[in-house]
Design a protein around this ligand. Structure first.
Ligand code: SAM
Ligand code: SF4
Length: 322
């Protein structure tokens, strides 16, 4: 459906848990946060009912996220069932990769259409410093398994923090050798992201071009998001940038988010949308109207650079789903 600004909303990020096996400094506090209880998060049946209603109003693409989605049991089964919903064309997953190796066969057999693996560095110590867990070996096993899966659409997401040129160049070697997309995500000032020193797209490009060849803009369609992609000679894969702060793309926004507790969040930066959970006791018609009404009121744009923002989101990224 179209929102109040004429944008076509066809993409829903569904968070299945607030829990995570890592504690990335820009996302979660070192001690974690008080976890939601089992009774507070939507059941898979409730998620499926809601996704059917979103599909009725034109949502075609679903991203399963978290927290870390693979810490919740049965995610592959959920993906299989969402894929069977009429109108849903694509179901993708974003993961930190810790449990990817063991779950990849089930995810592939469930028909997952693409996997985004979040990976900021290939250096073990640096990984442990960023994520507060010494888990790079497991993540690399997951990465290797995913690289070996025939036909799997794989993207790597690197949150670009200032001064990590060596990390970017090492990750870029992966995009050179494999037909994957490596995307540099500008840290967003949400929750723990607030204090992160942002590294500009231009800086990363300069670092890449210092080692490799000039980046050439790629105009073809890749994925469902706002990334601007580039090709390089001799690269099997592509390089992308998602720079929400410095290169605002709200006019092209196609997404809304469903949190693990059932809150329909219509913009990353604001605490606005609709709490669908109490409405689960109502008819499908009532729920669908509430969903459509909230999408109709989706904010026009974020104000990441403003000092004071009304209705500012108070949750951290792992509670929202990224
Ligand atoms: N745990 C999964 C993962 O890491 O892919 C899924 C949830 S995570 C919140 C989704 C995405 O949000 C990840 O790619 C992560 O790097 C990104 N992210 C977390 N905090 C961020 C921030 N402050 N700014 C930009 N991206 C952020
Ligand atoms: Fe966990 Fe993903 Fe947040 Fe890292 S970015 S703490 S992996 S939810």
């Amino acid at each position: 459906m179209l929102d109040g600004f004429g944008r076509c909303i066809d993409y829903l990020r569904v968070s299945v848990t607030d829990r995570c096996s890592l504690r990335c400094t820009y996302c979660m506090p070192a001690d974690g946060v008080p976890w939601l209880s089992h009774g507070e998060i939507l059941s898979y049946e409730e998620i499926l009912r809601l996704v059917r209603l979103f599909a009725n109003i034109g949502v075609k693409k679903i991203k399963i996220t978290g927290g870390e989605p693979l810490v919740r049991k049965g995610v592959a089964g959920l993906i299989r069932e969402i894929k069977a919903i009429p109108g849903i064309e694509q179901v993708t997953l974003t993961t930190n990769g810790v449990a990817l190796k063991e779950q990849l066969p089930d995810l592939l057999s469930a028909g997952v259409d693409a996997i985004n693996l979040s990976l900021d560095t290939l250096d073990r110590e640096r990984f442990a410093a960023i994520t507060r867990r010494d888990a790079l070996p497991q993540v690399l096993e997951g990465l290797e398994a995913a690289l070996g899966a025939p036909g799997l659409n794989l993207k790597l997401n690197c949150v670009a923090q200032a001064g990590r040129e060596d990390d970017w160049l090492a990750l870029a070697e992966l995009a050179k050798a494999h037909p994957i997309a490596l995307r540099f995500i500008e840290p967003m000032p949400i929750g723990l992201g607030e204090g992160v020193t942002v590294c500009s797209e231009e800086e990363i490009r300069a670092a890449l071009e210092g080692k490799f060849d000039p980046l050439t803009p790629y105009d073809g369609k890749l994925g469902n998001g706002p990334a601007q992609y580039y090709t390089l000679p001799d690269f099997a894969g592509k390089i992308g940038f998602i720079s929400a702060v410095s290169h605002q793309f709200c006019d092209r926004c196609n997404r809304v988010r469903l949190t693990a507790t059932g809150y329909l969040k219509t913009c990353l930066q604001y605490d606005v949308g609709a709490d669908l959970r109490p409405l689960l006791a109502e008819s499908d018609e009532v729920l669908q109207k509430a969903i459509a009404a909230a999408i109709g009121c989706k904010p026009e744009a974020h104000q990441f650079t403003a000092d004071r923002v009304e209705n500012r989101e108070a949750h951290i990224m792992s509670q929202i789903g990224g």
